[in-house]
Design a protein around this ligand. Structure first.
Ligand SMILES: Nc1ncnc2c1ncn2[C@@H]1O[C@H](COP(=O)(O)OP(=O)(O)OP(=O)(O)O)[C@@H](O)[C@H]1O
Ligand SMILES: [Mg+2]
Length: 352
């Protein structure tokens, strides 16, 4: 006999007894007036967990009346939904709500179905705690929002550079051209040299922006080759010697994974250049079981002891990209320098 189950008088318990026993979910049986006829253990435990007074939800009380008395849009919606079911509406009826508990919000899904004869219907009402799914969805939504903000900041950075630097080179070149004087060959050649220098600067910057925005090698040659190519250019521009340690037969990965890891290399090396003071960096890429490991190490100052206040978007952007792919980022001062590790699940090409 089910110890936690209670039965109201006048109700044939035999019919529902086995059904109730079969449910691990919490369940109440309600008659056509809304009165609770039977509940199982899980229902009682659910009430306890949610700080609901049993008197409102126990045998003999009117569940639909309880929903009415809540006086909330959610309560009204449930009462209306259950009445519609009892009146013959096609089920099941489902409703989600949030309970603001002391320990934090609890998301609950209520489902109800009609059973029994048309002239004497019963409802089976169940609640399911869906907090874990909802929290995960919320976390993902927040992470997406942060990633979009980080991308926006990146775009603003590029726009600022284009405006403050590239556009200035071009404006300078235009000004110089106005000074051209065909009668003075010496000035003509000086202007030409200066214009040529300004245009080269502008061209270099535009090329590197185009490359930053979408590295062509990544799509055509894959992550390993794109990292090698980027590192070569970076070494030249930043005067940091980069050692690449990637197996020759390193496979192609899913597009999203390749982009994320490539961005991590770009940002990590930019940080080596801007913050570490190191003249050397090491980039290592490996398949480690079910995961891909990208490690970037430098031999400089390491992270400053406290990084409070406004920091950049680089590390945060890396972390978000990796979390988006169910991976993670670790940072460790390696004395000397910083050891950064990006871990993502191994997903081969085509499995995005
Ligand atoms: N390789 C490194 N060595 C030493 N310190 C580092 C290194 N990488 C990051 N840091 C520290 O971490 C901070 C945050 O880095 P992050 O990339 O998030 O921002 P940023 O580089 O300052 O700005 P942004 O990347 O937005 O241009 C840096 O300001 C720096 O103090
Ligand atoms: Mg940075």
């Amino acid at each position: 006999m089910h110890t936690g189950k209670r039965m109201a008088g006048g109700f044939d318990p035999a019919f529902f007894e086995s059904a109730l026993d079969a449910f691990t979910a919490n369940v109440a049986v309600i008659d056509e007036s809304g009165e609770i006829l039977a509940v199982n253990d899980a229902w009682v435990q659910f009430l306890d967990l949610n700080d609901v007074k049993a008197v409102d939800h126990a045998i003999g009380c009117n569940y639909i009346g309880f929903c009415d008395r809540l006086g909330t849009p959610g309560g009204d919606a449930v009462a209306a939904g259950l009445r519609a079911l009892l009146a013959g509406g096609s089920g099941p009826f489902r409703h989600e709500y949030v309970m603001p508990l002391d320990a934090g919000p609890r998301w609950v899904k209520l489902s109800a179905v009609r059973v029994g004869r048309l002239d004497r219907p019963f409802l089976i009402v169940a609640h399911e705690d869906i907090s874990i799914q909802r929290r995960a969805e919320l976390g993902l939504r927040e992470a997406t929002a942060r990633l979009l903000l980080a991308e926006d900041a990146e775009r603003r950075r590029i726009a600022r550079e284009l405006h403050d630097s590239t556009a200035q080179h071009l404006a300078g070149a235009k000004l110089m051209l106005r000074r051209l004087d065909a009668r003075d060959p010496a000035s003509t050649s000086a202007v030409r040299d200066e214009v040529s220098g300004l245009l080269s600067n502008a061209l270099d910057e535009i090329r590197s922006f185009a490359y930053l925005l979408h590295p062509p090698a990544l799509e055509h040659l894959g992550l390993a080759a794109a990292i090698r190519q980027f590192a070569t250019g970076f070494s030249r521009r930043a005067d940091v010697a980069v050692t690449i340690d990637i197996p020759d037969d390193f496979p192609r990965l899913s597009h999203a994974t390749e982009i994320a890891l490539y961005r991590v290399v770009q940002e990590a090396l930019a940080n080596v250049h801007s913050h570490s003071g190191s003249q050397q960096a090491l980039v290592r890429l490996r398949i480690a079981g079910e995961m891909v490991l990208l490690a970037v190490r430098d031999f400089g100052s390491g992270l400053p002891p406290r990084r409070g206040g406004a920091s950049g978007v680089g590390l945060e952007g890396m972390r978000l990209r990796l979390e988006f792919l169910k991976g993670h980022l670790t940072l460790r001062n390696a004395e000397p320098g910083l050891a950064l590790e990006a871990w993502v699940p191994f997903l081969p090409e085509g499995e995005d």
